[in-house]
Design a binder for this molecule. Sequence first.
Ligand code: GLV
Ligand code: MG
Length: 317
Amino acid sequence: MAELRSRRSNLAVPGSNPRFLEKAKGLPADQVFLDLEDACAPLAKPGARKNIVAALNEGGWGEKIRTVRVNDWTTEWTFQDVIEVVGGAGANLDCIMLPKVVDAGQVQALDMLLTQIEKANGFEVGKIGIEAQIETAQGLINVNQIAFASPRIETIIYGPADFMASINMKSLVVGALHPDYPGDPFHYILMQILMAARARGVQAIDGPFLQVRDVPAFEEVAKRSAMLGFDGKWVLHPGQIDAANEIYAPSQEDYDHAELILDAYDWATSEAGGKKGSAMLGDEMIDEASRKMALVIAGKGRAAGLSRTSSFTPPEE
Ligand code: GLV
Ligand code: MG
């Protein structure tokens, strides 16, 4: 988990708008995805490919994960999106995001195309990762196979707007609860995606919230998926970035506590600590399962750049 790259906030940037592409470089998002799909009108897509290649090759993205979202396989654009973007800027690109994935075959098709482009351009095979968006009923029932379809898979992403359309869900706001519905209609979908991602050992990412000026409502929605264990969420507007970065990182207190558990458990199981399988940390009993839970929180905290504000002292005999 320590090697996990932080994806708390994933900023959507339309590839058709050079001004937005330039502005995105300076924003504090963990990841950007430069969009050739739904944020680009069909007539603007060829120009957007060129803008994206130029923006990636110009650099200035700092430590951000750089992803390009191509069009889905039912369109006439996907192959050319991938060839032009990876061929033109593969050295400066981390992942391709594939939207509306319905089965493992679609991921494998992208994997094969990427392999050829990597070979043709002298890149290491496997350099480019794949992020798979689950946005339809069909995608959700196949999500487990999709997660295991290629070693390139880095994230499984929930796409609420297309998903809600796919299942005919009534709602006033994409990604938010209908005020008349008593429960959380997204829980089932989020959990399916999370299980597939965790079984495969990749990140689970929540999708967009479209009421971009309502930051408190964004926070409410983000907290739900963060509590389940999701690693991050899309942000559509600079105003959502800080909220996502905070909500998907552990709090300083939880991070410190997780690091303490790791140290205390290490010590307890050591020769000096008496080779014990469980131990007390203050009033809390910790064992191997506590260590696993602590590893997750510590991993997310380290990836988010937190540093410890406390240290472990072995108890006096
Ligand atoms: C994102 O692509 C969505 O459809 O919500
Ligand atoms: Mg979508």
